[in-house]
Write a protein that binds this ligand. Structure first.
Ligand code: FAD
Length: 194
């Protein structure tokens, strides 16, 4: 092989090696579980009241089986979100939850459910001051939907037992402490905020 061809092949191999190493280093330099950096300054996220409270986006959902499956899954997400919400949230946490609930309602993929839920939210605005108020509020609005569908109402004093708050992540809770925790949840009541 002439000398010139050697140099070209060597240059191409070096280029590939450089690109490969750069990729590996790029992914390695991001620590696992690093905080989500948030949108870049070029992508502002505008969430004003017009966006939060706008018209529901989805069309009517005709398929009753899908509607029930979707409802089951969505309620599970909503109640578990409340169970995992901080006990003492920052003002920003509370605002985030409030916005999330309004967007959840607006974007819910069953149009008629979304419109109905938006009416419920207008009557019972999200309560986001603590985990307990948020959990009790979610239970209450779910019962509002249950009522309109002529379903049995859920006993909201049991909400803490029903949805895992994730407290076990901080170590097992035993004996008396467990009882205290349960009692804490039993005292959940829908408090008026603001
Ligand atoms: C926001 C939203 C609005 C909806 N609107 C409509 C609508 O307008 N029309 C319609 O036909 N369907 C609607 N659905 C679906 C409907 O609520 C049910 O999900 C669906 O009918 C299936 O009901 P289910 O009996 O399986 O129990 P689900 O109501 O899905 O509940 C799931 C489980 O949650 C528990 N649960 C019940 N009540 C509560 C409560 N108050 N708090 C905590 N846990 C509870 C029970 O263990 C129950 O089995 C809506 C769903 C959502 C998420």
């Amino acid at each position: 092989m002439p000398r010139r061809q050697h140099i070209t092949v060597f240059a191409i191999l070096a280029l590939f090696a450089f690109i490969g190493t750069s990729f590996v280093l790029m992914f390695r330099s991001q620590p696992q579980g690093a905080d989500y950096p948030g949108p870049t300054s070029q992508e502002p996220v505008l969430v004003d009241n017009e966006i939060l409270l706008g018209t529901a986006t989805a069309p009517k959902l005709e398929n009753e089986t899908l509607k029930a499956e979707l409802g089951n899954a969505a309620w599970k997400v909503l109640h578990t979100t409340m169970a995992k919400f901080p006990d003492k949230p920052t003002e920003e946490d509370s605002q985030a939850l409030k916005s999330y609930i309004h967007l959840f309602a607006r974007l819910y993929p069953c149009g008629e459910c979304a419109r109905h839920f938006q009416q419920i939210l207008a009557k019972f605005p999200p309560q986001v001051a603590t985990r307990s108020t948020a959990a009790a509020w979610a239970c209450h609005v779910h019962n509002e939907v249950n009522k309109s569908l002529k379903k049995d109402l859920f006993d909201c004093s049991k909400i803490g037992d029903f949805y895992d708050c994730g407290c076990a992540d901080d170590g097992p809770v035993k004996g008396k402490e467990k009882e205290k925790e349960k009692d804490g949840f039993k005292q959940l009541e829908l408090e008026k905020e603001g």
